[in-house]
Each structure stands twice: as C-alpha cells, then as structure tokens.
Design a protein around this ligand. Structure first.
Ligand code: SER
Length: 323
C-alpha cells in the first residue's frame, strides 16, 4: 500500500483552490486538508475541510499538531481591487497570513525533520510601470508595484526566499497573469473584466466593462494554470534557477477579446464605464511577460492559445453551463 502525500490547501474555496482540488481528486495519491473562510462545495473531495482564517494562529497550531504535511498550496489572499479598498486588512491577510503558513512549515520541519514544499501564487501585480511597454517583462525588471496587493505579493516572494535558507523549506512561486475559468468566477480582482465579459456573453447579458477598450494584460485559462502549478511542484529542485516564474498564454486587449466573443455570441453588447482606480492598476501592470525562464527551467508552455481556449474550452463548457 502506498502512503498518500498530505497536502494543505488554503483558500480552497476560491477559484484556483476549487480547480486544484478537482485536479487532485483525479489522482489517488493525495490526502487533502483544506482551509477556507467558507465551506467547501463537496466535502467528499477532501480528507478534512477546516472553516477558519489563516490569521488564526491557534487554528494553524492545531493543524500543526494534527498533521504531518508534505506540501502547502497557500492560495488564500485578498485580490487587488478589494485590497485597494482595504489596504490595512489586505496587508494583514496577504502578508501576516502567509507568514503564519511559513511558520507552520518551520514548525513541521523542526518537529519532523522532513522536507516541505510550499507553493505561492504571486501575480503580475508585482510589476509597476509608469508608461506602456511593448516588450515582454522579465522576472527581475520593473519590480516597483503600485498597489498594496502587488507589494504584498512581492514581499511574500522575498519571505519565501528568505526562509529557504533552511534547505528543508522548498518554496516555489508563479506570477500568474489574469486567469479565465469556465466553472468559477474571480472575486475582488482587477483582471476580472475578461472572465466577467465572457460569462456575461454566455448568459446572454450585455457587459459594462470597468476598463477601457485598449486595456491589455497577459491572461491564461484555468486548466493551464493548474497544470503549471503541478508541473512546477513536481520538477526536481536542481532544475530551478530561481524560485519565482512568469507564465502566460495570450494577451488580447479588452476590445479584441470582445470581438472574438462576438463571433460566437452575435448579439453580445458591451459598454464601457471606466473605474479610474481599476484602470490605473491595469495600466501599471505589464501587457506581456517574458516566460522563457519557465520554458528553460521546467519546460512549461501553455496548452491553450486564444483560439484553442475559445474552441476547446470556453465555448463548449459555457454552452453546457448556461443552457
Ligand atoms: N488577477 C489578480 C487580480 O486581478 C492579479 O493577480 O487581482
């Protein structure tokens, strides 16, 4: 009988969390402990679901006592738009919450003297631009975030590297672009305009877009994001030349994305009502990122370009969901 690896997923009821749990459910070699402020859709998918906060140190201590954890996927966070509205609370959740999880790792390492892998979802929000750049941005460039969320993510990357001086702590991070999923919706993010646009079209509703039609960010589909997490976590450590990697698939402007949607949903209409705060955030983020390090070090490239995303993922699934 093989021993199942024990993984802890925080933010398990969020977008990435739900999709990651679905992935792990297809492989039989994991035992999932999930932690979220909200209940889980289907408790059968995990060994144990804990409703609670990553800021609750007593709760984290009790997890430390109860489990021997092999891997942590620390997904719980407050996304960028919500974070700008509540910067103090965002800092608390995004930074102190992460520290609590790193502390849990250190305690596990100290008591069990075994390795623990830690996955951290960072973001293109770590970059901060004053003018629009056309060339893709590399990991070490323009690290001057303008938002509290971007600052929090960048600092947590640094915390991950700092605590990696303990070689049993294996920290790995991806700077995600905007994510588009057919079965979940993001909450409180700034790249939400593309998924909202797509889901509105599929529901035969018009869409009021909160950024202008020229807005352009890198994006990818959720299945590629999940595959990337798995691939990065599985690769031998000595292949990695850095702890944190850019990835992305396509980067349409809002208008280009709308035009593609329109070819599938001919009656779909869009209007623009710009939120200055959200527009400023999008404008400070890169319109494309250089993903060559992820390709060189762990062989990552996306399965879905934008055509395949529409033909094989968005349209077939959304038609089923909303009809
Ligand atoms: N997608 C995130 C957001 O919009 C950025 O990482 O907040």
């Amino acid at each position: 009988m093989s021993i199942k690896k024990v993984i802890l997923i925080t933010g398990s009821s969020g977008e990435i969390g739900k999709n990651l749990i679905n992935h792990f459910n297809q492989v039989d070699s994991t035992s999932i402990i999930s932690l979220d402020l909200n209940p889980i859709d289907n408790p059968k998918k995990v060994e144990k679901h804990i409703i609670g906060s990553i800021l609750d140190k007593k709760l984290i201590d009790s997890i430390n006592q109860e489990f021997k954890i092999d891997e942590i996927y620390h997904l719980a966070a407050m996304l960028s738009t919500k974070a700008e509205q509540n910067p103090i609370i965002a800092n608390e959740v995004n930074v102190n919450g992460t520290l609590n999880l790193i502390d849990l790792c250190m305690k596990q390492i100290a008591s069990k003297n075994s390795k623990i892998k830690f996955f951290f979802p960072s973001s293109i929000a770590v970059y901060g631009l004053d003018t629009n750049l056309s060339e893709p941005i590399k990991e070490l460039d323009y690290l001057n975030p303008k938002t509290i969320y971007g600052m929090n993510k960048l600092y947590c990357e640094k915390l991950g590297d700092y605590f990696s001086s303990n070689t049993l702590f294996d920290f790995r991070a991806i700077r995600f672009p905007g994510l588009i999923s057919v079965n979940t919706m993001p909450t409180g993010g700034t790249s939400d305009y593309l998924p909202e646009m797509l889901h509105s079209a599929a529901q035969k509703k018009s869409y009021e877009c909160f950024v202008n039609s020229d807005s352009q960010l890198p994006f990818m589909v959720m299945p590629d994001a999940i595959q990337a997490i798995i691939k990065l976590m599985e690769i031998e450590k000595n292949n990695l030349t850095q702890s944190t990697y850019n990835i992305s698939s396509f980067n349409p402007t809002a208008k280009e994305f709308f035009n593609i949607i329109k070819t599938y949903y001919n009656d779909f209409n869009i209007s623009y009502k710009i939120s200055i705060n959200r527009q400023n955030m999008v404008d400070s983020w890169p319109s494309s990122v250089d993903t060559s390090k992820a390709l060189d070090d762990w062989g990552w490239s996306p399965e879905y370009n934008i055509e395949k995303a529409f033909n094989n993922y968005f349209i077939p699934y959304l038609k089923k969901t909303y009809q």
